[in-house]
Design a protein around this ligand. Structure first.
Ligand code: NI
Ligand code: MN
Length: 224
């Protein structure tokens, strides 16, 4: 049984055969307050970029759990400069790497890096039974249609907050380009500038493709 759990903003855990991955571990400062860093025990931490609502508790979690951080080379260097004990597996956009739990591909994301000289990214995690696309913070880009071509995406996690990322209209376009079976909206209602109605987003998706939209409140989970 594989389980995705939503912690608010863009933070998710993915439990897979006893391995825990956490994406953009924004916990202690997250207004959703689902969990504190000591409540989660990740084996891997996937970080898309350096903005505070994504980098979050990466340093504390990596040290407390001896977790391996999967991120871009620049983010990796930034983290090891914070603490040389942090274990980092640097990758970069367009690359893939096989880990014990499955394969990770790093995708582009149209967004700021949050650190000098870096770029933001997204992740495709290919597990044996399912493929999950975590878009990170990004604008809509037409190459999203290529992301699902290599391996069909079962679940896509897409930002819908607008202002800093795609809003509902562009995220619905992204859903159509990706061809994912299930879309889970994220990165909305975390602050006053990203207030969105996820049911409005779901109605837009319904008009443009066959994907199911699963709306998770912070703290809720979805079996993948
Ligand atoms: Ni950001
Ligand atoms: Mn963000």
């Amino acid at each position: 049984m594989n389980q995705l759990r939503f912690y608010g903003q863009a933070c998710f855990t993915l439990e897979y055969n006893g391995t825990t991955l956490i994406f953009d571990p924004y916990l202690s400062a997250n207004p959703a307050k689902v969990a504190m860093p000591e409540d989660v025990h990740p084996d891997y931490i996937l970080v898309t970029h350096g903005h505070a609502d994504h980098l979050g508790d990466t340093v504390a979690l990596a040290k407390a759990n001896d977790a391996l951080v999967i991120t871009t080379a620049e983010m990796g260097r930034y983290l090891t400069a914070q603490d040389s004990a942090i274990r980092v597996e640097p990758m970069h956009i367009g690359g893939k790497w096989a880990f014990p739990f499955g394969t990770v591909r790093i995708t582009p994301a149209l967004h700021g890096a949050g650190i000098p000289g870096g770029v933001a990214c997204g992740f495709v995690v290919e597990l044996e039974e399912c493929t999950v696309y975590f878009a990170g913070d990004t604008a809509l880009f037409s190459d999203m249609k290529l992301i699902g071509r290599r391996k069909a995406i079962d679940v896509a996690l897409l930002p819908i907050g607008d202002r800093f990322t795609m809003g509902p209209e562009d995220a619905a376009e992204a859903a159509a380009l990706l061809g994912a079976k299930t879309i889970i909206p994220m990165h909305y209602n975390g602050n006053p500038r990203t207030q969105q109605d996820p049911y409005y987003f779901a109605s837009l998706v319904k008009k443009c493709c066959d994907a199911d939209v699963v709306i998770l409140n912070p703290g809720e989970s979805y079996q993948v």
